[in-house]
Design a protein around this ligand. Structure first.
Ligand SMILES: *Cc1c(COP(=O)(O)O)cnc(C)c1O
Length: 434
């Protein structure tokens, strides 16, 4: 039936039209409608309230609907919600680019704005491929057309990025026949894996344009942490093989690991860095790919074909840039990194008791990321959907995925709200399979 504006809203009917992500719509519990989200509290349409343990998919680091950000959005909406960037710019984007360049390590000075994490990574990879094409000066032998990624990786849902996600571990194995073959390697977390990676680079390095890594934490792959030393190995190997290093800080950026960017903990400068998720403090979609001076210079010259061939319609949206600038103000004015580390320390302490449970395989924290990894045989007797329902009954919003319960709250979460979260994890896991 055609929708008419005059038709009264009917929740049961509305449910028949939305298609939700990563969700078996036949069996999944009906999604709950949210009326408002303030700070770390989600208020449902039916009046129930849940403590947000996810920070709205790892984005709302200052809590939801932060007044400084919503004010910036409202003011920008009145002035100019959007203007195309093909040949035009605006002060919100200029200011944001300058601030990101100042915050980023080393000479990551050029900022390409786009609208999501996957597209920031697409732009980053395209920059790397075209950088090598531009340098080859027509000699196709010198072109490098492969990208190296790591086992357990997740870099997004677009066709290009699906080819850089772990095919068996990731969510994209169904499409593997249709995707470009790229080069998967182990993260060099020990001597044996380092030697395997070195062997792959010795054999195929001349073909590889870029190496992509999620620094310190593989997020969607199951919140797996690695030591900063791993990133120093990658930087050294990329340098010796002429490969560009792309840091996917879409999840780790903006304080989540306890430093502003994860790369800082290894004191490395990637050649390209992708940002999104918490860039606007969770208010609106925005992505960015930052390139070092040397990468940007590879696109300069008299030949128009050497220009970067990418340009999303809504790139650099002024509303999104205003929200991102407001979020950066909050990082300047508030002790956010200290708060992130304090939230992490509190989670480490409060989640520790879960380690004794037989259904728990590991408990770990890094920055403001708290992880309870579940025993898979136990998990097979229940389901992440059922766990989610049990958490809702405890008054918290947690979305277990794969074999982990990940707590990624706002850095501003209150002590009592955090207690509610960690108690809920204990209550659900110590109570047997839901
Ligand atoms: C979420 C995520 C992406 C994809 O970002 P979208 O905005 O969902 O497209 C890419 N890389 C990492 C590390 C992510 O966590």
């Amino acid at each position: 039936m055609p929708f008419q504006a005059s038709t009264p809203f009917n929740a049961a009917q509305a449910e028949r039209h939305l298609w939700l992500p990563y969700s078996q719509m036949h069996t999944a519990p009906a999604p709950m409608a949210v009326a408002s989200a303030q700070g770390s509290l989600i208020t449902l349409q039916d009046g129930r309230q849940l403590v947000d343990g996810v920070a709205s998919w790892w984005t709302a680091s200052h809590g939801s609907s932060h007044p400084h950000i919503t004010k910036a959005l409202a003011e920008q909406a009145l002035a100019m919600p959007h203007i195309m960037m093909g040949g035009l710019v605006h002060t919100q984007a200029q200011r944001l680019a300058a601030r990101l360049a100042a915050l980023a390590p080393g000479d990551l000075n050029r900022v390409f704005l786009c609208d999501s994490g996957s597209v920031a990574m697409e732009a980053a990879v395209k920059m790397a491929l075209q950088y090598h094409i531009n340098r080859s000066d027509g000699d196709t032998q010198k072109r490098r057309h492969k990208v190296l990624f790591f086992e357990g990786a997740y870099h997004g849902d677009t066709m290009g990025m699906m080819a850089l996600c772990d095919p068996t571990e990731g969510m994209h194995h169904l499409f593997s026949n249709m995707l470009q073959q790229q080069v998967m390697a182990p993260l060099p977390v020990d001597q044996a894996s380092l030697e395997r990676l070195e062997a792959i680079l010795d054999n195929q390095g001349h073909d590889i344009a870029a190496m992509v890594v999620e620094p310190l934490v593989q997020g969607a792959g199951g919140m797996v942490f690695h030591h900063p030393e791993v990133l120093r190995h990658l930087r050294r190997l990329c340098d010796s093989h002429g490969v560009l290093l792309i840091a996917d800080e879409v999840f780790t950026g903006f304080g989540r690991t306890g430093t502003f960017f994860a790369c800082e903990q290894a004191a490395i400068v990637p050649d390209i860095m992708a940002l999104s998720k918490a860039l606007t403090g969770g208010a609106i979609g925005l992505g960015a790919a930052l390139a070092r001076d040397s990468v940007f210079e590879g696109f300069l010259g008299d030949d128009p074909e050497k220009a970067l061939m990418h340009g999303p319609t809504f790139m650099g949206n002024p509303l999104a840039c205003a929200a991102a600038n407001a979020s950066l103000d909050l990082f300047e004015d508030q002790p956010r990194l200290e708060q992130a580390r304090a939230v992490g320390a509190a989670m480490a302490q409060q989640l520790e008791r879960c380690r004794s449970l037989e259904n728990v395989r590991d408990v770990r924290t890094l920055g403001a990321i708290g992880v309870v990894e579940l025993n898979e045989t136990w998990l097979a007797r229940t389901s992440t959907d059922k766990l989610r329902q049990a958490f809702i009954a405890e008054g918290v919003w947690l979305r277990p995925f794969r074999n982990v319960i990940a707590l990624t709250p706002a850095f501003t979460i209150g002590d009592e709200e955090l207690r509610t979260l960690t108690n809920a994890v204990w209550n659900v896991l110590s109570g047997g399979a839901p």
